[in-house]
Design a protein around this ligand. Structure first.
Ligand SMILES: Cc1cc2nc3c(=O)[nH]c(=O)nc-3n(C[C@H](O)[C@H](O)[C@H](O)COP(=O)(O)OP(=O)(O)OC[C@H]3O[C@@H](n4cnc5c(N)ncnc54)[C@H](O)[C@@H]3O)c2cc1C
Length: 425
């Protein structure tokens, strides 16, 4: 089958990879000069298979005031004259219920754990894939007892869902956190404890995506990557997609996968397919580690500050912030300064904070935090969109499942709760 994959972020790259492995003929289209130059470029680098609880949770109601008023809070809302933003925010608030977030966690955990299994298989099948992969384990630190108690409840909930030892999580006190991550020593009195998950990984999402796309190209001379190519729109006739308009001319295939990140709703809207996706703008800093003893070796998440840290090769990556602003990837220097100050407060000697690479990207977020996968009302059009804060983590399972569907098979993992119309809302 000739499959056109629309978008070469990590999600499009993983989908194209599995489709190529299945023997399909792939055309991958992206407006950038290479793969993963947008949200997938310098993200947190966390493969958070077990840490999937969505932002939309009952706890949000107590945090709304600081989100609206504080200029340094990790989440910020700046109202725009954009009905899509208001619609998204109302749907987000409607999803802030314990029952809804528990249901979302259950679906995301299934997909996350499936991704981890696929990652393990991929490391064996593609030993030359070079993307700074490390099975670091993840430590999520908490600064107050109520928050740690909530984390303990989440750990209990997840252990009932998964069972088995593969995804074991441990709740630790502050001394035990410092014992497994000595770079936290000076914070011993500021944190009350943490959750340690040995099965979590870190890696470079950009290099991972580039590696997958290289393998798509290598799989067949019939596979093509059209970079520097704008997708203008999808062409419909008699209830099915019959082509794509691009800046390089029309393209025809037997199947089309929409994997265009935050831009997906704009491409789907003319077809009457409403995708509840809005960009959540985030920031990262990357810098060479100057004092290895002062930088974390585990992947560390500061739960209250919503900040993640990972060693990627010899560099420290810190990422966070979720601004509900607009489709604007420009770096707001004040927000970047907030990230630098927060990172410096945790690991002051790890890097030279005067010389960091600053980056901003748009998480393609649904209100509930669930991606939207699979079929649409249009024959030949498939979705792999809306991965929000977990696109790197979930890309392999999402890509494999969508490739299964296109090949006419049942997906290898259940997509319950992750398809239209239920997903996303
Ligand atoms: C600060 C930050 C930290 C993050 N940390 C993590 C993390 O630690 N772990 C994790 O799992 N996830 C993380 N994420 C989320 C993750 O980065 C995203 O979920 C993921 O990158 C989304 O991938 P995607 O392929 O859907 O979108 P993108 O990477 O944005 O890819 C979409 C592609 O479509 C192309 N495209 C769109 N429209 C068009 C058009 N009209 N014509 C041509 N091309 C088009 C774009 O050029 C782009 O390459 C983070 C995100 C941010 C912003």
């Amino acid at each position: 089958m000739r499959v056109i994959v629309l978008g070469a972020g990590v999600v499009g790259a993983a989908t194209a990879y599995y489709l190529a492995r299945d023997g399909h003929q792939i055309t991958l289209v992206d407006r950038n000069a290479g793969p993963a130059r947008e949200a997938s470029f310098a993200n947190g680098g966390q493969l958070s298979y077990s840490y999937v609880a969505p932002l939309a949770d009952a706890g949000v109601w107590a945090k709304l005031a600081p989100w609206l008023l504080s200029s340094t809070s990790p989440v910020r809302f700046r109202p725009q004259l954009d009905p899509a933003q208001w619609r998204w925010c109302l749907q987000f608030l409607a999803a802030c219920r314990s029952s809804r977030s528990a249901e979302t966690s259950r679906h995301l955990l299934r997909l996350g754990h499936a991704s981890r299994r696929l990652m393990r298989a991929l490391l064996v099948q593609e030993p030359a894939l070079d993307f700074a992969y490390a099975n670091t384990g993840k430590l999520v630190i908490h600064r107050d007892a109520a928050s740690l108690a909530g984390a303990r409840r989440q750990v209990d909930f997840q252990s009932r869902l998964t069972g088995g030892d593969d995804f074991r999580q441990q709740v630790l006190d502050s001394a035990a956190c410092v014992a497994i991550e000595p770079a936290l020593a000076r914070l011993r009195r500021k944190i009350v404890g943490g959750v340690y998950t040995p099965s979590e990984d870190t890696a470079d999402c950009h290099r991972f995506s580039v590696g997958l796309v290289d393998r798509v190209r290598a799989a067949s001379a019939e596979n093509h990557c059209l970079f520097d190519t704008e997708i203008v729109g999808l062409q419909v006739a008699r209830g099915e997609i019959v082509g794509v308009h691009t800046s390089q001319g029309p393209l025809q295939g037997d199947a089309y996968v929409l994997a265009s990140g935050s831009d997906s709703p704009r491409l789907a809207r003319p077809l009457g397919v409403r995708l509840p996706i809005y960009p959540l703008k985030g920031y990262s800093l990357t810098a060479p580690i100057t004092d290895p003893g002062a930088a974390p070796t585990l992947s560390v998440t500061d739960f209250q500050r919503k900040l993640v840290f990972a060693r990627i090769g010899g560099q420290l990556r810190a990422a966070g912030i979720a601004d509900i602003v607009a489709h604007d990837r420009a770096i707001d220097q004040r927000r970047m300064a907030t990230l630098v100050a927060e990172a410096r407060a945790l690991f002051p000697r790890a890097v030279d904070y005067r010389h960091v690479e600053a980056w901003a990207g748009l998480r393609p977020a649904t209100p509930s935090g669930r991606p939207i996968l699979g079929a649409t009302a249009y024959r030949r059009l498939w979705l792999n969109v809306g991965h929000g804060a977990l696109g790197f983590t979930l890309a392999l399972a999402s890509g494999r499942a969508v490739a299964d569907l296109i090949g006419g098979q049942a997906p290898f993992v259940s997509l319950e709760g992750l398809t239209l119309p239920d997903a996303g809302k």
